[in-house]
Design a protein around this ligand. Structure first.
Ligand code: C2E
Ligand code: CA
Ligand code: CA
Length: 730
């Protein structure tokens, strides 16, 4: 395909040259044709002219003869008182000197020569013998006509009777003309057919040709017996009255066309040269332009199929590739699709900035390429998502590849001298044969990826039918959650009391959502809260909890209330306004409400979370950072946190009794928090021992099953009532 695009482009760029050549060819042909045509016309005209000159010569010889053959003196001198000298001077040599005739003869009625003169032949007998073969038929014909009384002249100029013809005399072309010698007055009577005759000869070569050339502008006229003097000469045949070709005149013809061509050739040549030069330049410009066009076309093609940042194939070309690989597979060929997703890339991008994110992405692409090998086609199909198509895949090889890819990405990257840590999760789908549906393969790989991510990241999962089952369950659960939010009686908010470490008294309550599924029983918030986040139900869920919490806070005015807020909720523009209106509605002092957020809320790209946090804090609402120590936050980050409290994750507390346990970590967290003026709550206190340690470490509040489990509002009422009773009694 690329070839055909290129060749048409080359053809297009050659087009002016082709047109110019055709044009010049056309002009050349036209000129050639017209010169030939006019040359042919000129040659034909010259041939006609030759014929005309010859026939005129025939008449003029007859006419010359008449001046002496129609004459009483001549008749008398020849037939009665023969005078050779008179004959010679009047009918012989005089004809030669005056009319340039080459021969003159007087012949008796019985065809005997009485007088003979022929240029170049001194002997009279020989001279006559020379002309006998040619002249005798004419003499016979004339005598016959005379005897029959025929007296018709040859033409208007030649009034008297005669015979003449074109002949070859001794190899030379000649006109032979015979006339009877008759009386001009009619006084001398002769017997018809018994007249003396006068024969005139005129050679048509030599002097005749010279004159012909001079008078009619014929160049180099020559006589030849056969037309063999060269191709470029014109030939006119000399034909006798009997149709015999006596010979040919030839000459260098006048060729006006050729002359014109010769004259215009330089002009045409210059014009052609200019035209070629012009079209050559034009072609070059066009070619350059089309090359540039082709180049930008190629760039465009590349751009359309590649990710500009990493140079990897993009989603469009990945789709094409997968379809191609599947279609080209044999029935027992196994192909694998690896769906890769970077862990924590988004956080790096958000915290360190996009330029660092971009550079990291380039490094990631490089490592993936190095690990997967040059033959593998890696595509970047989303922000931090990649695919690798492995043809002829064997399970063990795919597993090995996944392991090495994960290991490669886990190795710290160094950007600007700063170590950056990210991870990689991979979902794998395997398909056999060419009947597989590429969309289905991608979907399976995506599901497998989801599993890899949810089962702890930095791992791979190969798609199996159970995953589809899980997806279906998830979809059903989502449906059920929607119904539960509608029904209102399946969801309930529980409250877990939080105790002051110093006074051992309840200082606040944490609202925790509970879902009693009609068939499945209690479902953990860790399962359905993320589901609500991804299915757009979190707003309604959050609003439900917040409303319940507000009503509880109104019921127990001396306790603060903590509510968990998902980052997705906090990322809604109107979140702060909704919280204000609820607090106002229930008449709750904003400072009694503490919103528990996780680190992801502090990392949002659009900054909406931050705006909500700022607005709510200005209003008096407090914030706590939940599950501190498990996420991305470092101690360095702690310095900049815009929160009032830190909730130390229960994993640290539960690690107290393990060797190298969390005591030291909790101690340093509390230290830094206090230095910043932040309060600390320890989560997951399950034993008296843990609670003692935490008190000693300086934790402000304690929360855990050891102190109180999350409970319904009714249980809370009872519990608080009992505690109050206990306090007043003691
Ligand atoms: P969390 O915010 O860390 O909530 C504390 C979790 O620890 C609760 O689990 C609680 O029952 C449990 N817990 C309390 N004391 C102990 C203890 O001594 N030992 C152990 N092992 N666990 C203890 P729960 O209620 O299952 O909630 C799990 C998570 O679900 C919560 O973690 C929170 O992140 C989320 N969640 C719960 N309710 C809501 C809610 O209304 N909205 C939002 N967005 N998230 C909620
Ligand atoms: Ca919490
Ligand atoms: Ca927590």
């Amino acid at each position: 395909m690329r070839f055909s695009v290129g060749s048409t482009a080359v053809f297009k760029s050659m087009l002016p040259l082709v047109v110019a050549m055709t044009l010049m060819g056309g002009i050349y042909l036209a000129v050639h044709w017209s010169t030939q045509q006019s040359d042919a016309v000129a040659v034909a005209r010259q041939q006609q002219l030759i014929e005309l000159v010859i026939s005129k010569m025939q008449y003029s010889i007859a006419h010359d003869q008449e001046s002496v053959t129609v004459w009483d003196d001549a008749v008398r001198t020849i037939s009665q008182e023969w005078d050779r000298e008179w004959v010679d001077s009047n009918l012989g040599s005089w004809m030669h000197s005056y009319f340039r005739h080459d021969g003159a003869f007087v012949v008796s009625p019985d065809r005997k020569p009485l007088y003979a003169f022929l240029v170049g032949e001194a002997n009279e007998q020989n001279a006559f013998r020379n002309i006998v073969p040619e002249a005798m038929p004419l003499i016979a014909r004339l005598q016959k006509r005379l005897a029959e009384g025929d007296e018709a002249g040859t033409s208007e100029q030649v009034l008297s009777i005669g015979e003449s013809d074109l002949v070859r005399l001794g190899g030379r072309p000649a006109i032979v003309s015979v006339k009877p010698i008759v009386s001009d007055t009619g006084n001398i009577q002769q017997e018809p057919g018994g007249e003396f005759l006068h024969v005139a000869v005129r050679f048509l070569d030599g002097d005749f040709l010279t004159r012909l050339g001079a008078d009619y502008v014929f160049e180099d006229v020559r006589f030849s017996v056969v037309p063999n003097l060269g191709q470029e000469r014109s030939y006119a045949p000399i034909v006798s009255s009997s149709g015999e070709t006596v010979g040919y005149f030839s000459w260098l013809p006048f060729r006006p066309g050729a002359d014109v061509a010769k004259a215009t050739a330089p002009v045409l040549l210059v014009a052609a040269f200019c035209l070629f030069a012009l079209t050559g330049v034009l072609s070059m410009i066009l070619r350059k332009r089309s090359r540039r066009l082709q180049q930008s076309q190629a760039e465009l093609n590349h751009l359309a199929l590649h990710d500009p940042l990493t140079g990897l194939a993009n989603r469009a070309s990945f789709n094409q590739l997968l379809a191609r690989v599947v279609a080209a597979s044999t029935a027992d060929q196994t192909n694998a699709l690896l769906y890769l997703d970077l862990d924590r890339f988004k956080q790096v991008n958000d915290t360190l900035g996009h330029p660092v994110g971009d550079r990291l992405m380039i490094e990631v692409a490089k490592r993936l390429k190095e690990t997967a090998g040059a033959a593998a086609v890696i595509s970047r199909i989303g922000g931090d998502e990649f695919t690798i198509v492995v043809e002829h895949a064997r399970q063990d090889e795919v597993e090995k590849l996944c392991d090495s890819l994960i290991a490669a990405i886990r190795r710290p990257f160094e950007i600007d001298g700063q170590p950056v840590l990210i991870g990689l999760s991979i979902g794998v789908a395997v398909a056999k044969g060419n009947a597989a549906d590429p969309v289905e393969i991608t979907r399976k790989a995506d599901i497998a990826l989801y599993h890899a991510k949810t089962s702890g990241r930095n791992r791979y999962a190969i798609f199996g039918p159970h995953m589809d089952e899980l997806i279906r369950t998830r979809r059903d659960l989502e449906q059920d959650l929607r119904a539960a939010l509608e029904a209102g009686n399946q969801l309930e908010v529980f409250y877990q009391p939080v105790y002051s470490a110093a006074s051992h008294e309840i200082s606040s309550l944490e609202a925790l959502i509970r879902w009693r599924h009609p068939n499945k029983g209690g479902i953990a918030p860790e399962v359905f809260v993320p589901l609500a986040e991804t299915s757009g139900l979190i707003d309604r869920l959050g609003a439900f909890v917040l409303k319940e919490a507000c009503s509880t806070a109104r019921e127990f005015p001396d306790l603060d209330i903590a509510v968990n807020v998902s980052a997705v909720e906090l990322g809604q523009r109107h979140y702060a306004a909704q919280v204000f209106s609820l607090l106002r509605q229930f008449g709750i002092e904003p400072s009694r409400l503490e919103l528990e957020i996780t680190e992801t809320a502090l990392l949002d790209e659009a900054g909406v979370c931050e705006k909500n946090i700022t607005a709510l804090r200005e209003f008096g609402v407090k914030f706590a950072l939940d599950d501190f120590g498990t996420g991305f936050s470092s101690f360095g980050r702690l310095q900049r946190l815009e929160v009032d409290r830190i909730k130390i994750d229960r994993s640290f507390v539960q690690a107290f009794d393990r060797p190298g346990g969390g005591v030291a970590i909790v101690q340093s967290i509390v230290g830094v928090a206090h230095a910043k003026g932040l309060r600390t709550t320890a989560e997951g206190v399950e034993t008296e021992e843990q609670s003692e340690i935490l008190r000693n470490l300086g934790c402000d509040e304690l929360q855990g099953f050891h102190l109180a489990e999350p409970m319904s509002k009714n249980s809370l009422r009872e519990r608080l009532g009992a505690e109050r009773a206990q306090r007043t009694s003691s």
